[in-house]
Design a protein around this ligand. Structure first.
Ligand code: GTP
Ligand code: MG
Length: 440
């Protein structure tokens, strides 16, 4: 068969043909099977709360899930931003939800408390998932997925504009997580100011190129509501777990001397809109976007960093085996180069040390020779001195002997004095002349 015939055949094989069934087969239950499997497996949803200390993060979480999560107040004296994840098992009807709330404790409190720990935390969760995926024996089915599905960014209700820290942080996070900006404690800002504040915030986000999460409008069932809600962003929310009697009903509200702010009253704040969008309508989309957009980007960058490519320069399809071999060869040659470099360095070091030692030896030898010369010179001088002293001693002994001889002669003469008195008298002058003789 000619090559062109083969190509035509394979093209024909790629196109599926439509057939009509003679009766009910049963695969129309596939979506139900999927639902049943998902319900059995349970779901996980991870929320990251970013906002300054005391902005109302914990209160809003409690209000959203209508429960009381264990939280502790953050101190204003944290050394740096610390991410505090807490996981809870919740159940509504037969659906199990593993909910993780991550607090960025200490964010925006003081200088040097920037977004880096938050970015690192998000990346670390992606990395954990990637490592699980790359394992030979992976268990993604019961893996606790900790990737952040949504970041609720709490904006301080100043009525002015966004702080530069807010813009920088959101810009750093927008490629890693779905950001939903919310104006916290919206009861502290008047209605007209709030309207202007919302417009200003959106303008600033657009002009700074910050991509916030847009509720999807591609699914017909929710397209309309999502489009309307997109126009309400950022949501202005009020949180409270306190129940106040309004009419004959108990509602969650904040009570002030001048009136009551009802959390679930859409004329008072956007809390209900946030709850609808976050939990009831778009929870699955947030999970999906995290996997297909943010995690995919992380995974792609990470694998490219490791040297993997979909195709090489000549548009050859990607081969894991070849890439691995190429990487291994590259690594081995790099290792060899490093080894050679180290060896050369060692040899040079030994040579240098040898030269240094030789130089030291030469210096020591010279020093020794010099000292030897000095010693010999000193020795010679001492010898001369000794000889001189010896001569002097000899001369002194000679003189001493002469003096002793003269003295003994003199004594001898004195002992014969009475016999030769006259004679002596005559000679007295002679003796004195003898005594005055200088002996050399
Ligand atoms: P840390 O975790 O310590 O950073 O604080 P937080 O952001 O979790 O704030 P938290 O929920 O503990 O609330 C701090 C204070 O703000 C409490 O006194 C709340 O009652 C109050 N608060 C919370 N939400 C609102 C709100 O919507 N409006 C007003 N006016 N006060 C609020
Ligand atoms: Mg808190």
């Amino acid at each position: 068969m000619a090559a062109t015939d083969l190509e035509r055949l394979s093209n024909v094989e790629q196109k599926p043909r439509s057939l009509s069934l003679g009766g009910h087969v049963g695969f129309d239950s596939l979506p139900d099977q999927l639902v049943s499997k998902s319900v059995t497996q349970g779901f996980s949803f991870n929320i990251l709360c970013v906002g300054e200390t005391g902005i109302g993060k914990s209160t809003l979480m409690n209000t959203l899930f209508n429960t009381t999560f264990e939280t502790e107040e953050a101190s204003h004296h944290e050394e740096s931003v610390r991410l505090r994840p807490q996981t809870y098992d919740l159940q509504e009807s037969s659906v199990q939800l593993k909910l993780t709330i991550v607090d960025a404790v200490g964010f925006g409190d003081q200088i040097n408390k920037d977004e880096r720990p938050i970015v690192d935390y998000i990346d670390a969760q992606f990395e954990n998932y990637l490592q699980e995926e790359l394992k030979i024996r992976r268990s993604l089915f019961d893996y606790h997925d900790t990737r952040i599905h949504v970041c609720l960014y709490f904006i301080t209700p100043t009525g002015h504009s966004l702080k530069s820290l807010d813009l920088v942080t959101m810009k750093k996070l927008d490629s890693k997580v779905n950001i939903i900006p919310i104006i916290a404690k919206a009861d502290t800002i008047s209605k007209s100011e709030l309207h202007k504040f919302k417009i200003k915030i959106m303008g600033e986000l657009v002009s700074n190129g910050v991509q916030i999460y847009q509720f999807p409008t591609d699914d017909e069932a929710v397209a309309e509501i999502n489009a309307v809600m997109n126009a309400h962003l950022p949501f202005a929310v009020v949180g409270s777990t306190e129940e106040v009697k309004v009419g004959n009903k108990l509602v969650r509200a904040r009570q002030y001397p001048w009136g009551v702010v009802q959390v679930e009253n859409e004329n008072h704040c956007d809390f209900v809109k946030l709850r609808e969008m976050l939990i009831r309508v778009n929870m699955e989309d947030l999970r999906e976007q995290t996997h297909s957009r943010h995690y995919e980007l992380y995974r792609r960058c990470k694998l490219e960093e490791m040297g993997f490519q979909d195709s090489d320069g000549d548009s050859q399809p990607f081969s894991l085996q070849e890439t691995y071999e190429a990487k291994r060869k590259e690594f081995l040659s790099e290792l060899q180069r490093k080894e050679e470099e180290m060896r050369q360095m060692f040899v040079n070091k030994v040579k240098e040390t040898e030269l240094e030692l030789k130089e030291k030896e030469r210096e020591l030898h010279e020093k020794f020779e010099h000292l030897k010369r000095v010693h010999q010179e000193e020795k010679r001088k001492v010898e001369d001195k000794r000889r001189e002293l010896e001569e002097e001693t000899n001369a002194f002994n000679r003189r001493k002997a002469a003096v002793e001889a003269l003295q003994s002669q003199a004594l001898h003469a004195t002992s014969q004095q009475p016999l030769r008195k006259d004679k002596d008298k005559k000679k007295a002058s002679g003796w004195s002349s003898i005594y005055s003789v200088t002996i050399p």
